[in-house]
Design a protein around this ligand. Structure first.
Ligand SMILES: Nc1ncnc2c1ncn2[C@@H]1O[C@H](COP(=O)(O)OP(=O)(O)OP(=O)(O)O)[C@@H](O)[C@H]1O
Ligand SMILES: [Mg+2]
Length: 490
């Protein structure tokens, strides 16, 4: 259960908050003044504070300042009336998570609160790694006993005691974000905030201002000054996810902040100094982006000081039983039920699969299987029917040579590096013959879609382009093949 503390002297606002947000998952506590709020915080330990700027007695800003002194990690959202944006900016400089304008736009309010609760969770849930005995009742862990994961754990330990910039690379779903959080939790900055930003989810032209803020009038639409995440997160850790998706000017600014700890807000001259640790992640091969001049080489080297390479799940199949047990226990605990068990055949199927969506895909398969299982034991029939029938990675696209034979369409002869489709289909048929239940076209189609989504980090527009179909068709297929459950499509 998550706790939200509302500090506001208006009874109406307290009432609407209860109505909108109170649920079995969220508990609302209220205080009518800053003083009362400060007293309540150590008692109820809220996950999030939402506070009015203007109150009788201690002002919202003063209350915020005191909260930050005692608990720099507690997230605070400020509420201001129109026309008091200067105060809102002050609040952001003091480290408020966000601010909301009154009267509220309910969907926006919900969105901001949900994102803050999520950020609070990421800061609070300690991600453990290394020794995770089966019986231990841990919340979030990085599970793995394979040799490759053992070296990842060692690196996490080294990164936790240093303050170095780290670059985490690996396919989608391999646990990059989990590693970033583990580094943060075990570092000396763990009393300070951790803010995650998905660079690919923010439109390119807005990312720079999201990260560094902007001055009033910096561009059309910049009606007021804005404080960016680097400034807000001073003293803390910023996780820049999907770092491959940044415009050249944002890259330049990141490089500068890494080198000198200072930057200017967009459209401004004032130097802002910050002390922020950067952990970056990407599922794109950055070396290639550097070679294609899409990513600054100097920034790449600056980020690449310590590199954590997350191995794909297919290269650490020995971890599968451990991961499955971990997910079953986690699901069981959430549902307040005894964890389900599974037959050896289930494990055999799981170990045959190639896991293009990596650990995230495995977790979703386990989740789905727990729902499908009729009793306490998961059977092979509870798994998706085509699991374990995936082709070895790359076997569709890597078959070299042109398409032989007279039946070859003219359009393909021009594509010099097109795969040998005939031998690919021969391979497919050989493979399909071993499984009478297999429907070859849907199976291949599904695999191609998963591959495209994995390749594009879940970006449907790019994936559709890669596949040569429309986004609408892609969506229909995603539903039809229940791919959403396998790859969390962003
Ligand atoms: N070794 C692991 N042990 C336990 N859970 C894991 C492990 N690796 C990944 N997970 C779980 O798998 C899911 C995906 O992990 P995460 O979000 O860290 O991947 P990612 O590499 O950041 O993926 P993407 O590139 O798609 O953002 C999460 O739910 C995470 O908790
Ligand atoms: Mg991620």
């Amino acid at each position: 259960m998550e706790k939200l503390l509302l500090i506001d002297d208006e009874v109406d606002v307290q009432y609407s908050f209860r109505r909108i947000f109170e649920s079995p998952q969220v508990e609302i506590a209220a205080a009518s003044s800053g003083e009362e709020g400060l007293k309540l915080i150590p008692k109820i330990k809220p996950d999030l504070v939402v506070m009015d700027v203007r109150m009788g007695g201690m002002t919202g800003l003063e209350t915020l300042r005191r909260i930050r002194q005692t608990d720099a990690k507690l997230l605070v959202i400020m509420m201001t009336a129109y026309g008091t944006t200067q105060t809102a900016i002050e609040a952001m400089k003091l480290g408020a998570y966000d601010y909301l304008l009154k009267p509220f736009d309910i969907p926006k309010l919900k969105q901001v609160i949900e994102s803050a609760l999520q950020a609070a969770r990421a800061m609070k849930e300690v991600v453990s790694y290394e020794h995770l005995p089966d019986s231990e009742d841990y919340d979030v862990g990085i599970v793995g006993r394979s040799e490759v994961m053992q070296s990842v754990f060692k690196l996490i330990g080294q990164l936790a005691v240093s303050d170095a910039t780290a670059l985490i690379t690996g396919e989608s779903g391999t646990g990059k974000e989990l590693v970033a959080r583990a580094i943060y939790h075990h570092s000396k900055r763990n009393e300070k905030p951790f803010i995650a930003i998905n660079c690919a989810a923010i439109p390119e032209n807005l990312l720079e201002s999201e990260l560094f803020g902007h001055e009033r009038g910096a561009f059309t639409g910049a009606a007021t000054q804005r404080i960016g995440k680097f400034e807000q997160c001073n003293g803390g850790t910023i996780f820049l996810d999907e770092i491959g998706d940044m415009s050249p000017s944002t890259q330049t600014k990141i490089l500068r902040v890494l080198q000198s700890g200072a930057f200017e807000r967009v459209g401004g001259n004032e130097q802002v100094a910050v002390d922020v640790r950067v952990i970056a992640a990407t599922n794109k091969p950055l070396e290639q982006a550097v070679a294609a001049k899409e990513f600054r080489e100097d920034l790449f080297y600056r980020l690449n000081v310590v590199r954590v390479r997350m191995p794909p799940l297919r290269d650490r199949l020995v971890d599968i039983p451990l991961l499955v047990n971990y997910f079953l226990r986690k699901i069981g605990r959430n549902q307040k039920q005894r964890p389900k068990s599974y037959t050896p055949e289930v494990l055999a199927v799981l170990e045959r699969h190639q896991w293009p969506g990596n650990v995230r895909e495995l977790e979703n398969v386990v989740r789905r299987a727990t729902v499908m299982a009729k009793g306490d034991v998961i059977l092979p029939a509870d798994l998706p029917s085509d699991l374990g029938t995936t082709l070895p990675a790359g076997s569709v696209v890597d078959v070299p040579g042109p398409l032989p034979g007279p039946g070859r369409p003219a359009s393909q002869s021009s594509a010099g590096d097109s795969p040998d489709l005939r031998s690919v289909s021969q391979t497919l048929f050989r493979w399909a013959r071993g499984d009478s239940k297999l429907k070859i076209i849907p199976a291949v189609e599904r695999e191609l879609i998963i591959h495209a989504l994995a390749e594009t980090g879940g970006n449907q527009v790019q994936a559709a382009k890669l596949l040569g179909i429309t986004r609408a068709t892609l969506r229909k297929r995603i539903d039809k093949f229940q791919i959403k459950q396998l790859i969390s499509v962003q």
